[in-house]
Design a protein around this ligand. Structure first.
Ligand code: NAD
Ligand code: TYD
Length: 353
């Protein structure tokens, strides 16, 4: 089986659902179930004996050691993290804990287990670390895209802690020979994304008749990748990536935030027209995020060249699917908008008007 951490979160859950649709290999899903973890996303797996869920914090080394000993996974795919930049600005401690200490603890448990395998088991084992393009810092409009050799220059507590975890993974390969793989991916969107991130937040607010809060001038640029394409890239890297290597994953889809919000409004205007006017009328410019990175852009040509991977979705097809999914899954959105979510909205947006 494979051990997946963070498999109740947005990308991890999409990965687990896709994996079990395509493979007979079981998944041990290790997740602490923070505000971002949601078992409702995995409801369709309730009767699937190939999915084993366990509520464990990746900072708990003893629990991890017991899981490795019991389940003998052939690979780890590590998604678990605190993942939201704005939350990292309000409360960085949790990010250091999970992203740095948690990844270290997981690496130690994996290394101990791996050291006890026979040579064939050692050679076949993989530790795939899922990271972000944000570790490379911010680009100007003229800069070339991030490549695998771009120097690290993280600017937020989130990206700094992800960078720290990437360095630990690198060191565990270099020093101990652990067969690691690291992927650095651009912004994901798609089904089951928690409505604190740009795209699902804008959809939820639009439908609720609330303001659409665009930070600063709305001209910041992100590269967007449909989550199913991120999952297919991870499967490729896991199957055929070279231990010790890093791979950039991106959608060749640079967009300004305001353009993303306009496109979302247009899709919603077509799918669920308002009685009066356009969803664009709800756009509100709010105070910028401190230290807001201006532009991220990914050169994913290594992955295409070496492993033949390319995204299947364009931004247009992926976004249309995503809007449709949120329109059809109002109950999922309602379920995750708990008291904790309302507290977050108050903390992050009250001071920005
Ligand atoms: P998410 O916040 O939706 O989910 C994170 C999951 O990790 C949740 O299920 C949560 O309960 C779990 N978790 C958090 N702390 C834990 C701990 N201490 N122990 C065990 N489980 C814990 O995140 P996501 O958007 O799905 O991102 C997954 C991974 O992909 C992260 O490592 C993130 O850095 C990376 N990534 C995300 C994006 C993106 O656009 N969302 C892009 C590139 C890379
Ligand atoms: P986000 O989804 O938080 O991802 P990241 O910061 O990791 O790229 O934000 C994407 C972009 O959208 C980013 O430039 C910040 C901007 N943004 C807004 O303008 N308003 C919002 O309410 C949010 C959450 C994000």
């Amino acid at each position: 089986m494979i051990l997946v951490t963070g498999g109740a979160g947005f990308i991890g859950a999409n990965f687990v659902l896709d994996w079990l649709r395509q493979s007979d290999e079981a998944v041990l899903n290790v997740d602490k179930l923070t505000y971002a973890g949601n078992l409702g996303t995995l409801r369709s797996l309730a009767d699937d004996s190939k999915h084993v869920f366990t509520r464990v914090d990746i900072c708990d080394g003893e629990a991890l050691r017991a899981l490795f000993a019991k389940h003998q996974p052939r690979a780890v795919v590590h998604f678990a993290a605190e993942s939201h930049v704005d939350r990292s600005i309000h409360g960085p401690a949790e990010f250091v804990q999970t992203n740095v200490v948690g990844t270290f603890t997981l690496l130690e448990a994996a290394r101990n287990y791996w050291a006890g395998l026979d040579q064939a088991g050692k050679d076949a084992f993989r530790f795939l670390h899922v990271s972000t393009d944000e570790v490379f810092g911010s680009l100007s409009a003229e800069d070339p895209q991030f490549s695998e050799t771009t120097p690290y220059a993280p600017n937020s507590p989130y990206s700094a802690t992800k960078a720290g975890s990437d360095h630990l993974v690198r060191a565990y390969h270099h020093t101990y020979g652990l067969p690691t793989l690291t992927t650095n991916c651009s912004n994901n969107y798609g089904p089951y994304q928690f409505p604190e991130k740009l795209i699902p937040l804008m959809i939820a607010n639009a439908l609720a008749g609330k303001p659409l809060p665009v930070y600063g001038d709305g001209q910041n640029v992100r590269d967007w990748l449909y989550v199913g394409d991120h999952c297919s890239a991870i499967r490729e890297v896991l199957a055929r990536g070279k231990p010790g290597e890093t791979y950039n994953i991106g959608g060749w889809n640079e967009k300004k935030n305001l353009d993303v919000v306009h496109t979302l409004c247009d899709l919603l205007d077509a799918a669920r027209p308002k009685a009066d006017g356009s969803y664009r009328d709800q756009i509100t410019y709010v105070k910028d995020r401190p230290g807001h990175d201006r532009r991220y852009a990914i050169d994913a040509s290594k992955l295409e060249r070496e492993l033949g991977w390319k995204p299947a979705e364009t931004f247009e097809t992926g976004l249309a699917k995503t809007v449709r999914w949120y329109l059809d899954h109002a109950q999922w959105v309602e379920e995750v908008q708990s008291g904790e979510y309302r507290n977050w909205v108050e903390l992050n947006y009250a001071g920005r008007a």
